[in-house]
Design a protein around this ligand. Structure first.
Ligand code: SAM
Length: 265
């Protein structure tokens, strides 16, 4: 095999490679990198974004799960003294060992975009900023506001952890092979202060999941179905001056936080 040719794309690994340098420029500009910044890239693929990140920042760690792509990039790595290539699964790699202040920039593999996003948000104390390409419909859910049909568990949990902006859409023509779904780039500025401690965050996450388990039901009935004490929830809603007939989809993140505090003290 000619090692100068990039390996063919493997669909199940979400390999849709960017081919448009203009999109690469826009992604890097959005990350506002400086020559002293440390960057984490997940899935460098054939390296189009990696190369630009190396030029714009102080150091890049790029984690790739595909050994063929890792080998392809390793051959080219001498051009970049500030690049550390890691052959590993980004779902298990200890991202918490990266320096605090690391900026994440990635064109995520779409089959894993949500779990990867939440793994990164779990470690948000390390990552002040993330610029991520993911599915357009996921981007819409990430930025959705209460009352919209896109508003759900993903919106509440992500907006609890970060201020999120949908920056721009990216046409399927900017990739090879072309993805079946639309793409968008989002900017996440993680919140430095945690509104709830670790124990209450777990309760908050469970409450939000239970609240949206039955979208058509009232919040109180949805929670009751998930094993919550109806009287306790009713008292908490009353104390917060919230109607007992409201549905989860109109409850703001702040109200979900207050509800957690009311129920769990
Ligand atoms: N950054 C490149 C670009 O923009 O052209 C490639 C992006 S492609 C959408 C996603 C990349 O993530 C692929 O290179 C794929 O092999 C890699 N990948 C898939 N699953 C991964 C995982 N669990 N950990 C690390 N990388 C993964």
């Amino acid at each position: 095999m000619d090692s100068s040719l990039p390996p063919a794309a493997i669909k199940r690994l979400g390999q849709n490679f960017l081919i448009d340098p203009n999109i690469v420029r826009k992604i890097v500009a959005l990350a506002e990198l400086t020559p002293t910044d440390t960057v984490l890239e997940i899935g460098p693929g054939r390296g189009i974004l990696t190369e630009a990140l190396c030029r714009a920042s102080g150091h890049v760690t790029a984690i790739e799960v595909d050994p063929r792509l890792h080998a392809f990039l390793t051959e080219r790595q001498p051009q970049f003294s500030n690049l550390t290539l890691v052959l590993d699964d980004a779902m298990t790699y200890p991202v918490e060992q990266l320096p605090i202040g690391t900026i994440v920039v990635a064109n995520l593999p779409y089959y894993l975009s949500t779990p990867l996003l939440f793994r990164l948000l779990d470690q948000r104390d390390h990552f002040p900023r993330m610029v991520l390409m993911l599915q357009d419909e996921v981007a819409d859910r990430l930025v959705a506001k209460p009352g919209s049909s896109d508003y759900g568990v993903l919106s509440v949990m992500a907006q609890y952890a970060a201020e999120i902006t949908k920056a721009f859409r990216v046409s399927a023509q900017c990739f090879r092979p072309r993805p079946q779904v639309g793409s968008a780039v989002v900017l996440l500025k993680t919140k430095p202060q945690r509104a709830l401690n670790q124990e209450k965050e777990a309760k908050f996450a469970a409450l939000v999941k239970a609240a949206f388990a039955h979208r058509r039901k009232t919040l109180i009935n949805s929670l009751k179905d998930q094993g919550y004490d109806q009287k306790l929830v009713a008292a908490a809603l009353e104390a917060l001056a919230l109607s007992p007939s409201l549905r989860a989809e109109i409850l703001s993140i702040e109200k979900f936080i207050e509800l957690t505090r009311r129920i769990y003290g």
